[in-house]
Design a protein around this ligand. Structure first.
Ligand SMILES: Nc1ncnc2c1ncn2[C@@H]1O[C@H](COP(=O)(O)OP(=O)(O)OP(=O)(O)O)[C@@H](O)[C@H]1O
Ligand SMILES: [Mg+2]
Length: 342
């Protein structure tokens, strides 16, 4: 009977990997793959933040950001990679887990969640409690850099050095790994959203224009779409800081690129610091194999070239930079890599 119990439990519950990021949450379900990729946003009615008050979660809530009327609030439950609003995070996780499971599940899923490198015990406790409160049957945690490497098909168990740089919305994590462990890592509580803030400041200082967070992010995303070799121009709409009236300002790709330069310099400095601390043997491995770049904000045009030029390391861009952490977390769970799971 005692051997039967795990078998029955496994049959009644689903294995699920969740990467709850500052900007986006992805959910992977065993045998089905990534079933959800949605912005980490919850919209609630009134002052309460429980499931009854939630009117939208994920993509639907994302389109409401910055557009809600009085009486509604859009909440982003995470800040700098960790939970900032516990109740909102719980509402978001419950809704996304239910949607991912569909009607099939009877027991709560066995869930593995990616966590940023360097999170405190208290922050880890909050993530664990949150997932349990949201309905997970069991919860384990895996450090995002290890998961990202596994997601990129790196054999992390070998005694070979690998450097991972994951640039998300709210964090940048740089880690050197070998033999399934982090030799040393740096966690910068800053990522793609700091670039958006830099664009907002630039528009305000240089053009006297107040713009919303979505507009700032769109200006950054536009850089990826701008044709290479041309200094494309486009219009950014906002409110004139002096007159208060709406105004559109023409910006150039090179101008936006230099506006986001300060946060990019910080990221490069962090990579440089990590490199300086890396033992020569491992550094040799990294020079041979290249540094692995993942996370959505790693898509900033020419960032890989700059790392190559400034830091002097070859760069390998993850095939799908948004999915490495969730894919690797799913692998750690499927392969029962208990030394990785907390
Ligand atoms: N083409 C692009 N160019 C530049 N930045 C991009 C591009 N596409 C997405 N981003 C940025 O990537 C960030 C989101 O990436 P990702 O989903 O990896 O973050 P996250 O996992 O939610 O955050 P974190 O890991 O920091 O908690 C956002 O800041 C977004 O603006
Ligand atoms: Mg992330």
């Amino acid at each position: 009977m005692s051997e039967l119990l795990p078998a029955i439990t496994s049959w009644l519950s689903t294995d699920m990997a969740i990467d709850m990021g500052t900007s986006n949450t992805r959910v992977y379900v065993k045998n089905r793959g990534i079933v959800l990729r949605e912005p980490s946003v919850v919209t609630v009615r009134g002052d309460d933040t429980d499931s009854r008050a939630a009117i939208a979660v994920g993509t639907a809530a994302g389109t409401m950001l910055g557009r809600t009327p009085a009486g509604l609030r859009s909440i982003r439950p995470l800040r700098e990679g960790v939970i900032a609003d516990f109740e909102a995070a719980e509402v978001m996780l419950r809704s996304l887990m239910r949607r991912a499971m569909g009607k099939r599940a009877i027991l709560g899923p066995r869930a593995v969640l990616g966590i940023p490198y360097g999170t405190t015990d208290l922050e880890q406790r909050a993530i664990r409690d949150c997932a349990e409160a949201a309905g997970a049957g069991s919860v384990s945690l895996v450090e995002a850099p290890l998961a990202a490497a596994m997601g990129a098909e790196v054999d992390i168990t070998e005694p070979i050095g690998h450097m991972i740089v994951d640039i998300g919305g709210g964090t940048t994590q740089v880690a050197v790994i070998s033999m399934a462990g982090i030799v040393h890592g740096f966690s910068l509580r800053m990522g793609g959203e700091a670039m958006d803030d830099a664009i907002t400041r630039h528009m305000s200082h240089e053009h006297g224009l107040a713009i919303g967070a979505r507009t700032a992010e769109n200006a950054k995303l536009h850089l990826t779409r701008a044709r290479k070799g041309t200094d494309e121009r486009w219009l950014v709409k906002g409110r004139d800081l002096e007159s208060g009236y709406p105004r559109a300002v023409e910006v150039r790709a090179t101008e936006i690129r230099s506006a986001i330069d300060p946060p990019i310099r910080k990221i490069l400095e962090t990579i440089h610091r990590a490199m300086e601390k890396t033992p020569p043997e491992l550094l040799g491995d990294i020079v041979d194999r290249g540094l692995l770049l993942s996370g959505g904000a790693a898509l900033v045009p020419r960032l890989d070239e700059e790392i190559r030029r400034v830091i002097g390391l070859p760069v390998v861009m993850a095939e799908d930079p948004f999915s490495m952490v969730v894919m690797g977390s799913a692998k750690a769970l499927a392969r029962k890599m208990n030394t990785l799971l907390k």
